[in-house]
Every structure is written in structure tokens, then in C-alpha cells.
Design a protein around this ligand. Structure first.
Ligand SMILES: [Mg+2]
Ligand SMILES: [Zn+2]
Length: 186
């Protein structure tokens, strides 16, 4: 199947509550409205792709297996709510990582665009036609670099610094409704 565009969604502060370096599964609190939002994307066959920086791995607080299990749990929780997250891409690196293995200046840590480019290749989508929804300047700057439409939401850190999001809304559900409207799909 060939899609024209996708909606990229940051994880912490959008999908789930930003507790700052999620490292315990009991701290995973998914915003119920985001399940509704992803369902709406599914209805229109728009890929819902999560792109997330997880320096918590680089710090050595969790390992990648734990992270992958947590992502399986997120996907399962959405599935139980009738929604499908198409894929979760993450960056485990950090330039000041405690663990040497992850101590790199990588291309995938947002505002780097490595995760977006990988997803574009995997899903055969046009990044310029795509949207990115985030709660930080890292999300917004990554989106701007690839020519996507950037949407800032208020459910997370709101650490936007000097970044200039194209659109500002309350949360993911409002963002998705706006995207559908813009695409003539509502
Ligand atoms: Mg975030
Ligand atoms: Zn990385």
C-alpha cells in the first residue's frame, strides 16, 4: 500500500503523560483521547507513526529490551481501545550518555531527522506532505527541517524555545481533527 503522508507523533507528553524519563511500567499513563485520535487516523488509512527520543537508554536507566516491551504494551493498550499505532521509532542515544555504546552524536535524535527519514522510506511517504505533532522544540525543528507541517500541543512539556510551530492546538485529538479538515477528510 502506498500512502502519501503520515502523522508523526512524539511519545512522551502526547501519547502518554510526560513523567520525565519513563523507566517504570507503572508510570505509563496513556491519555485516553490519544486512542480516539489514532482511531480517527486509522479510519482514513493515514499511518500513525510514533517517533521518540529515549535518552533514558543512553543513561542506562532502562535497556532496549525494556523499552521495546514498553512499546509493545503501548501498542497493545491502543489495540484494546480499537486503535492501531503503525510503528514506534526511537533514538536510544545521547551525546553525554553514561553508557559508551550509546554515546554518539547520532542522526536519529530529534531535532535530527533520522527517524523521520527511516519511516519515510519504510512507509513510502512524502515527508513534505506529512505532519508532526510534538511538545518540544526538538519535534518542531525536526519537522521544519523535512518540510512537514508542525503542530504543537499543550499536553506535555511545552518546551518550544524559539521554534516556530505552524499550528498550536490543545492535544493530539484536536491536531488530528485539524489535519483531517485540511486534507478534506472530515
Ligand atoms: Mg515529548
Ligand atoms: Zn539516535
Amino acid at each position: 500500500m502506498k500512502y502519501k503522508f503520515a502523522v508523526f507523533i512524539d511519545r512522551d507528553g502526547i501519547i502518554n503523560e510526560d513523567v520525565g524519563n519513563l523507566s517504570k511500567i507503572e508510570d505509563l499513563k496513556i491519555f485516553p483521547l490519544t486512542i480516539k485520535a489514532v482511531k480517527l487516523l486509522n479510519k482514513h488509512k493515514i499511518p500513525a507513526i510514533v517517533v521518540t527520543n529515549q535518552p533514558v537508554v543512553a543513561r542506562g536507566w532502562v535497556n532496549e529490551q525494556w523499552l521495546n516491551n514498553t512499546h509493545k504494551e503501548i501498542i497493545a493498550k491502543f489495540k484494546r481501545g480499537g486503535a492501531k499505532i503503525d510503528r514506534i521509532y526511537y533514538c536510544p542515544h545521547h551525546p553525554d550518555a553514561n553508557l559508551e555504546k550509546y554515546r554518539v552524536v547520532c542522526k536519529c535524535r530529534k531535532p535530527g531527522i533520522g527517524l523521520l527519514k527511516q519511516a519515510a522510506k519504510d512507509f513510502k511517504i512524502d515527508l513534505k506532505e506529512s505532519y508532526i505533532v510534538g511538545d518540544s522544540f526538538r519535534d518542531i525543528e525536526a519537522g521544519i527541517k523535512v518540510g512537514a507541517t508542525t503542530i504543537a500541543v499543550k499536553t506535555g512539556s511545552s518546551n518550544f524555545k524559539d521554534s516556530k510551530p505552524h499550528i498550536k492546538v490543545k492535544g493530539l485529538l484536536e491536531a488530528v481533527k485539524l489535519i483531517l479538515e485540511k486534507e478534506g477528510l472530515s
